[in-house]
Design a protein around this ligand. Structure first.
Ligand code: ADP
Ligand code: ZN
Length: 373
């Protein structure tokens, strides 16, 4: 086991493979690393009695794990109704939420019907929003199946869908009853999705945990090739960092903003490249290259060559044309902007993030030039 990260020991309780996310208010919820075969019994243990149970998933995950999850829930006295949506970001749509409401009412949803989100970040966001709003909230269980979802999006309670005006503009914070992550399910992930997730893993290390960064660096080729011996520890360590941050700042009032490292640049890159042209993880890796360059340029002690080599492994070799002027304009419009000030996350050193509000256009331009070179 690795050291506890929480500054306040009252905030975190760790028992075996279970870490409790202790919210500043209200009930805590556990993030459990366990086999999917334990889903039904874990639901029972958390007060979700048998009876009607809804599962939302996508075509790919249903094909791989749908039957198995359904059987294990049925064996655990649940009467399963499964809804399968199309894979990909387009499913985060109010029309699809509306279809889910229709299905739930037709199937007799009541306030105690648990909803299981079985899939990646898209399924977690969509299903979380549905569970938060149907009948003003029913119990939600996350079973994240991608690396991004296990270490990032299923932890912290953000749920939501996209809107024609932009990504993730509609949503709410909604706590699951628990999250169950089975790292074995990552074995079937396409390589591109593994690398997408590695961006967020490396981000967590860079902003919060120098020891984990060193672990990643020294195992980097096994990490990128997904050596199965390393996966459980990698997920567990990356998860702990997210838990530690959101436990201290559930609603993104302060500390949680450091999770935006690489994202202000990255969101602009996603937007200008055209959503879907470049993966979120790849865009964030490019964004972190820009942010690391700027941190080093400002005299911070960041081993730029070493970090940059790792980040390059997470970005595509050929990039679409992205004029720096457009990227700059897009960054200045980022929704994370507070008032007129751009809040940019940089590194003070590996493992320590800082928020800067005085980045000039010429600095941002030079950082982007570096990242796109
Ligand atoms: P993310 O988790 O990166 O936000 P998605 O939810 O869109 O993104 O998942 C990425 C893709 O991976 C989707 O096509 C999804 O169907 C697929 N997927 C999710 N989990 C698995 C898995 N365990 N094995 C194989 N493919 C998966
Ligand atoms: Zn991200």
């Amino acid at each position: 086991m690795f050291p506890r990260l929480s500054a306040n020991p009252m905030l975190e309780e760790r028992t075996g493979d279970k870490v409790v996310v202790p919210p500043p208010t209200g009930r805590p919820y556990p993030v459990i690393t366990a086999s999917r075969s334990q889903l039904a019994q874990t639901m029972h243990a958390h007060g979700l009695a048998g009876g009607r149970c809804f599962v939302v998933t996508d075509d790919n995950v249903a094909e791989l794990y749908g039957a198995e999850i359904e059987t294990s829930l049925t064996d655990g006295d649940f009467e399963v109704s499964m809804q399968i949506v199309q894979p990909g970001e387009a499913a985060k749509d109010l029309e699809i939420v509306s279809d889910l409401y229709r299905w739930a009412f037709a199937e007799g949803v009541d306030r105690s019907t648990p909803v299981v989100a079985l899939g990646g970040g898209v399924i977690g966001d969509l299903t979380g929003f549905f569970a938060a709003t149907v009948l003003r909230g029913v119990p939600l269980v996350h079973v994240p199946t991608t690396l991004v979802a296990q270490v990032d999006s299923s932890i912290g309670g953000k749920t939501g869908v996209n809107h024609v005006s932009g990504k993730n503009l509609i949503g709410s914070f909604y706590r699951p009853t628990f999250t169950l992550a089975d790292t074995e399910m990552l074995g079937t992930l396409p390589d591109v999705e593994w690398r997408n997730g590695l961006s967020e893993v490396l981000k967590h290390a860079l902003i919060r945990d120098a020891v984990f960064y060193e672990w990643l660096r020294s195992n980097w080729s096994d990490v990128t090739s997904r050596s199965s011996a390393l996966v459980p520890e990698l997920v567990s360590r990356a998860m702990s960092i997210k838990i530690d941050v959101v436990a201290q700042d559930e609603f993104e009032g302060g500390l949680r903003r450091i999770l935006n490292f690489g994202h202000t640049f990255g969101h602009a890159i996603e937007r200008i490249a055209g959503f879907g042209t470049i993966g979120h993880g790849a865009a964030v890796a490019l964004g972190m290259r820009a942010a690391c360059w700027l941190s080093a340029d400002r005299g911070r002690s960041v081993p730029l060559t070493e970090v940059d080599a790792m980040l390059r492994d997470l970005t595509p070799s050929r990039l679409p044309r992205m004029p720096v002027d457009w990227l700059l304009q897009s960054m200045r419009r980022d929704k994370k902007r507070i008032g007129d000030t751009l809040h940019l996350i940089l590194l003070e050193s590996v493992g320590r993030a800082e928020i800067v509000t005085d980045a000039t256009d010429s600095e941002l331009r030079a950082a982007l030039d570096f990242a796109l070179s």
